[in-house]
Design a protein around this ligand. Structure first.
Ligand SMILES: Cc1cc2nc3c(=O)[nH]c(=O)nc-3n(C[C@H](O)[C@H](O)[C@H](O)COP(=O)(O)O)c2cc1C
Ligand SMILES: C=C(O[C@@H]1CC(C(=O)O)=C[C@@H](OP(=O)(O)O)[C@H]1O)C(=O)O
Length: 387
């Protein structure tokens, strides 16, 4: 499975081309839209989300509600484009106008300066348009198809907020279904509602101060069989692919599995998950400290992965930077930005992890059409249960 996204933040549309999805997967635009709507929500977002109404058009690869096995093209219109037509149009504009509108003041923490240096853009709009997290809508669209495949295989996935600016949610024992319901009901996508108000207040305070805050997102995947991914080659380790996908989300700076960095402080006897066997269940682990991975392969326990998101770079409270034309320092004031996008990013992380898990399944099992995939996964599950 692979996909490519295209589109600028204030351009006409976002496009995703997805390839390698089995034929005969039931896929409706409502499935994709449900994910897109979830991503748009979440406390702490700025005015842009009031302008956009993310809805997908399926332009290829789906007929009468089922995938064909051919590339699927998904398009999402940027409703804001109508306000940017003269700035984002493809036709040349006069030089004087062009120079007047150039973005020459890079924001610390965003891609502006590095992108300008690399691609030789004197106008940093050429960088910020594509480096914007608007692109995550296209990734969520692709991930929503991966989630459909997982669902058919009885694999459930959910992303929720664990921490916002140091306010930590408690670990609550809940089924994935409950976590989905709880996080969907919460404006900050937290499953521990005792922390909701405190988190909202922290976001309000940051906004009031013209500042921004980050946090931690957790994704849990239940129902994965043991043995997805592989130890035989470094680039086939599924935990590393997931970590890469998490850190590829805009503003994400790290990923950890299970107890993660805490493993630096625990002994082996407190860290490794003891093995048990039951006739119905097959092999299982008595704990899940390693978050569902050993040797780059799933253990059959839930995958539990966290991602850390830094605070949003665009600030009302300006940071010091340098204008690339005058080389003079400046302190920019801005028009709009999110003050905290951790709740929205929980949905993004859920979808990029879903993509990696579904891809590894498609790679490992015959998957030209859904029935074939289901049969071979179930056969494998039965083999390892009685192994
Ligand atoms: C859902 C989401 C919304 C975001 N919204 C903003 C925003 O409004 N303003 C901003 O400056 N950065 C925002 N970001 C973060 C930037 O896109 C990101 O910091 C930038 O692309 C630089 O990449 P890096 O932080 O990964 O190094 C958002 C990120 C996500 C995931
Ligand atoms: C558009 C989205 O997020 C955007 C991500 C983003 C950034 O710099 O990453 C900046 C903001 O865009 P604008 O400058 O137009 O207000 C966010 O709204 C979205 O999530 O759909």
């Amino acid at each position: 499975m692979r996909y490519l996204t295209a589109g600028e933040s204030h351009g006409k549309q976002l496009t995703t081309i997805v390839e390698g999805i089995p034929a005969q997967l039931n896929l409706l635009k409502e499935d994709v839209n449900e994910s897109l709507i979830r991503r748009q929500g979440g406390y702490g977002r700025g005015r842009r989300m009031k302008i956009e109404k993310d809805l997908v058009s399926m332009l290829s690869g789906v007929r009468h509600g089922y995938t064909l096995g051919s590339p699927i093209t998904l398009a999402i219109t940027n409703d804001d484009f109508k306000n940017w037509e003269d700035i984002m149009g493809e036709d040349p504009i006069d030089e004087e106008q062009h120079i007047r509108r150039q973005v020459t003041k890079p924001r610390p923490g965003h891609a502006d300066l590095n992108g300008a240096l690399k691609y030789n853009h004197r106008d940093m709009r050429n960088v910020l348009e594509r480096s914007s997290a608007r692109e995550t809508a296209a990734r969520v669209a692709a991930g929503s198809i991966a989630k459909k495949i997982l669902k058919e295989l009885d694999i459930n996935i959910v992303g929720y907020v664990k921490e916002i600016h140091g306010i930590k949610a408690n670990d609550l024992p809940m089924s994935v279904e409950e976590k989905i319901r709880k996080s969907n009901e919460s404006p900050v996508r937290v499953i521990d509602d005792s922390k909701e108000e405190e988190m909202k207040c922290a976001i309000d305070q940051a906004k009031q101060d013209g500042d921004s805050i980050g946090g931690v997102v957790e994704v849990t995947v239940e129902g994965v069989p043991a043995g997805l991914g592989s130890y035989v080659q470094f680039d086939r380790k599924l935990d590393s692919k997931i970590a890469g996908a998490v850190v590829s989300i805009n503003a994400f700076k790290g990923a950890e599995f299970g107890i993660g960095f805490e493993a630096a402080r625990t002994r082996g006897s407190e860290t490794h998950d003891e093995i048990g066997y039951g006739e119905q269940r097959g092999y299982y682990r008595k704990t899940n400290n390693l978050g569902g991975f050993e040797g780059g392969m799933t253990t059959g326990m839930p995958i539990v992965v966290k991602g850390v998101m830094k605070p949003i770079p665009t600030l009302y409270k300006p940071l010091e930077s340098v204008d690339i034309n005058s080389k003079e320092p400046f302190q920019a004031s801005i028009e709009r930005s999110d003050s905290c996008a951790v709740p929205a990013a929980a949905v993004v992380m859920e979808h990029v992890v879903a993509w990696e898990v579904a891809s590894s399944i498609i790679e490992q099992f015959p998957s030209d059409y859904m029935e074939q995939l289901k049969e071979s996964v179930n056969e494998y599950r039965e083999r390892i249960r009685t192994f």
